[in-house]
Design a protein around this ligand. Structure first.
Ligand code: SF4
Length: 170
C-alpha cells in the first residue's frame, strides 16, 4: 500500500528481531548527529535522504512518514498504518480473533505490534505512553530528527503505574 492511500494495517516485511537489530545500528550517536546536521544543511541532499527513507520504510513497514517514528516502541510495526492512526492503540473495535474493525480480514496492527514485541522480549514497550503526533512534521525524515535528538521523549520511560496520578477530589 502506498502512503497516498488511506492507512490500512500493515504487517512488516522484516522479522521483529531484525527490526530491533536495525534499531541498534541506527541508534543516535555523535557520528549520526554530525551526519544529520550535514544533510539538513543541504536542501537537495535532505530531499534525497528523505525520499530514500520513504522508499525503504514504506516497503518494509508501510511507513506513512509521520516524521516521528514510533517503531522502536511498537515491535517495529507502524502504528500509523492503523486506519484510525491510533498512537496508543488498539481501539475497542478489535475483533475477538484480532482482526481490525475497519478492515475485517486484516489483523489489527496493534495486535501485530504486541505479538512482535512479545516474541522479541519487548512486550513491556507496549505499556509505554506515546506522545501525540505533531502533524506539522508529516513528510519529514524521522531518522534526521531522531539523530538530532528531536525525538527524545516521544514515549514515556515506563508505564507510570507505580506513581499513580493524584486525583483531585473537591
Ligand atoms: S516514521 Fe511514523 S509513519 Fe513511518 S514507520 Fe515510523 S511511526 Fe510509522
Amino acid at each position: 500500500m502506498s502512503a497516498s492511500e488511506g492507512p490500512r494495517p500493515t504487517r512488516p516485511w522484516i522479522a521483529a528481531a531484525t527490526g530491533y537489530r536495525l534499531g541498534r545500528v541506527l541508534a543516535p550517536n555523535r557520528a549520526y548527529r554530525w551526519l544529520a546536521g550535514r544533510i539538513e544543511a543541504r536542501p537537495r541532499l535532505r530531499r534525497w535522504f528523505t525520499a530514500a527513507e520513504r522508499r525503504s520504510k514504506e516497503r518494509l513497514f508501510g511507513c506513512r512518514m509521520c516524521g516521528q517514528c514510533a517503531l522502536p516502541a511498537t515491535g517495529y510495526a507502524c502504528p500509523m498504518s492503523c486506519p484510525k492512526q491510533l498512537r496508543n492503540g488498539p481501539c475497542g473495535g478489535v475483533a475477538p480473533n484480532g482482526d481490525c474493525e475497519v478492515y475485517p480480514g486484516d489483523r489489527c496492527v496493534w495486535v501485530i505490534a504486541y505479538e512482535r514485541a512479545e516474541q522479541a522480549g519487548h512486550a513491556r514497550d507496549l505499556t509505554l505512553l506515546q506522545r501525540p503526533v505533531d502533524h506539522r512534521l508529516a513528510g519529514a525524515s524521522s531518522w534526521l530528527g531522531y539523530w538530532q535528538g528531536r525525538d527524545e521523549h516521544l514515549w514515556t520511560g515506563d508505564d507510570g503505574l507505580d506513581r499513580p496520578v493524584a486525583v483531585h477530589r473537591p
